[in-house]
Every structure is written in structure tokens, then in C-alpha cells.
Design a protein around this ligand. Structure first.
Ligand SMILES: NC(=O)c1ccc[n+]([C@@H]2O[C@H](COP(=O)([O-])OP(=O)(O)OC[C@H]3O[C@@H](n4cnc5c(N)ncnc54)[C@H](O)[C@@H]3O)[C@@H](O)[C@H]2O)c1
Length: 255
């Protein structure tokens, strides 16, 4: 594996599972020191141990805990180079606007959008002190495209992540801090597999829109994150990096 992240210090929120876990492994294998931040201590600690990094139990919606996460990172490893703000939820009670209650709406906004605001707010000053940095915020292809299978708060939260990342990328560009949104297409995670195994029609309805004809593997998304984290993407900021199997570019897909 190339060592593009040798000597870099990275924080990954939601690093215990899915895209976050694959990224912790990828960052570790490219030479980074990785801090895994997750609500779940068992999976978060296992991920950190595997990458030879540090686990910090954090609820990313809690301002004091997020502030402490980045301070602990700098206290432990001396600086902060990379923040992958990735923790997010997509609960079943977030559905059509007609049936989604205010409680579900607010919970999803807090975990998916307010958390990214907090992580950027407390990561950026450390990057300013370091004279550089790369922030990657996980949005989604639904920030760019509409779905008739609505998850209204999730979609709105990811639109917010996309707009916030663009603005921060512009604001801090001349301080050497790059901020990009990562927009994955549907990823083959345990939750998705379970859902679609029970309901093949539900899977087919989505797969027909993917030109590549399959969902992404978490490792394919992690490879994109590592690119955005590394100097290989040194001229990219304020962008929406779609890793979506071609969904956003498609009208009619191959048979
Ligand atoms: N899986 C997909 O198809 C897909 C597609 C596009 C975007 N995304 C986005 O990618 C990100 C990761 O998704 P995933 O599928 O890997 O999810 P996942 O459920 O596998 O992992 C999410 C992790 O975040 C942690 N987490 C949840 N709430 C938290 C909180 N309040 N504080 C700290 N940690 C918390 C969980 O414990 C878990 O380890 C999310 O932002 C999601 O919206 C996922």
C-alpha cells in the first residue's frame, strides 16, 4: 500500500462500522495515526486497536465531547491533519414528510448535520495552528438527487452538509485547509443487505438506477476518502465528490 498518509494524524467519526471502519483501516494502512470516535465503545475500540490508534467514545451531537475529541487528538499526537466527519444515522421513522414527526426530524438533523457543524468548528482551529488540513464531510448522493422513496430529514441533512462543506472550503482555502463533501451512492452494509434480503423488490427498485449495476463496497468509499485526505487531491476543495456508480449521471441505464 502507498504511504500517502505517513506521519498524518486523522480523526474518523463513526469509525466503528461501515464506511468509517473501512476508512480507519485504509488510513492506518497508508501510515496515518488514527483516532476513532464513536458512540459504540466495543466496535470503536476494536477498530482503533486494529489500526494501532486511539479510541475516544464520543456522541458527535454533544458540543463539549466534540471539543474534547479534537483536543485529546492534539494532546496525544501533537497535531490534527485530517478530519473525516462521517457519523450519521438513517432511522426507519424518518420517511415521507407526511408521516415523519418533528422528533425524528430533529434527531436526524442533530446527528447528521449539527454534528458536522460541531466537528468542523472544533477541528479547524487546530488545523489553522498546523498551517494545513483536510476535512471530508460525508454527505450522500441524495444531496444531489431526489428520491420517491423519501427519507425527508436525512435528505435535507445531507443537503446541509454539502452546502456547509462548500462554504467552509471557500472560507479557509487560503489557510491551506481543504474541505470537501463526499457523496457516496448506496453502499453494501449489513443493514442494507438485511433489508434487501427480506425485500428483493426494494433492492431491484434502486439497483435499476445504478449504471454499474451494484452497490458500492465500503472499501471503495474508503479509497475515495483516502484520496481526499491525501495530497493527491491538493487542488480540490469546496467540491462534491460523488462516488456513486454513475447514478447522478444516468438517464437510461444498461439492461
Ligand atoms: N451506507 C450507505 O449506503 C450510505 C450512502 C451514502 C451516505 N452514507 C453516509 O455515510 C456515513 C456512514 O454510514 P454507514 O453506512 O457506514 O453507517 P453505519 O451505521 O455502518 O456506521 C455509523 C457509525 O456511526 C456511529 N454513530 C452513530 N451515531 C453517532 C453519534 N451520535 N456519535 C458518534 N457516533 C455515532 C455508529 O455507532 C456507527 O459506528 C453516514 O453519514 C451515512 O449517512 C451511507
Amino acid at each position: 500500500m502507498v504511504q500517502r498518509l505517513e506521519g498524518r494524524v486523522a480523526v474518523v467519526t463513526g469509525g466503528g462500522s461501515g464506511i468509517g471502519l473501512a476508512t480507519v483501516r485504509r488510513f492506518g494502512s497508508e501510515g496515518a495515526k488514527v483516532v476513532v470516535a464513536d458512540l459504540d465503545p466495543a466496535s470503536g475500540k476494536a477498530a482503533a486497536d486494529e489500526a494501532g490508534g486511539l479510541f475516544v467514545q464520543v456522541d458527535v451531537t454533544d458540543e463539549e465531547q466534540v471539543k474534547a475529541l479534537f483536543q485529546t487528538t492534539v494532546d496525544t499526537y501533537g497535531k490534527l491533519d485530517i478530519a473525516f466527519n462521517n457519523a450519521g444515522i438513517s432511522p426507519p421513522d424518518d420517511d415521507s414528510i407526511l408521516t415523519t414527526g418533528i422528533e425524528a426530524w430533529e434527531r436526524v438533523q442533530k446527528v447528521n448535520l449539527t454534528s458536522v457543524y460541531l466537528c468542523c468548528k472544533y477541528a479547524i482551529p487546530h488545523m489553522q495552528a498546523n498551517g494545513k488540513g483536510s476535512i471530508i464531510n460525508t454527505a450522500s448522493f441524495v444531496a444531489t438527487m431526489g428520491a420517491a422513496t423519501s427519507q425527508i430529514s436525512y435528505t435535507a441533512s445531507k443537503g446541509g452538509v454539502l452546502a456547509m462543506s462548500r462554504e467552509l472550503g471557500v472560507q479557509f482555502a487560503r489557510e491551506g485547509i481543504r474541505v470537501n463533501a463526499l457523496s457516496p451512492g448506496p453502499v453494501n452494509t449489513p443493514l442494507l443487505r438485511e433489508l434487501f434480503a427480506k425485500d428483493p423488490e426494494r433492492a431491484a427498485r434502486r439497483l435499476v438506477h445504478v449504471p454499474l449495476g451494484r452497490f458500492a463496497e465500503p472499501e471503495e468509499i474508503a479509497a475515495a476518502v483516502a484520496f481526499l485526505a491525501s495530497d493527491d487531491s491538493s487542488f480540490m476543495t469546496a467540491s462534491n465528490f460523488l462516488v456513486d456508480g454513475g447514478i447522478a449521471g444516468a438517464y437510461v441505464t444498461p439492461l
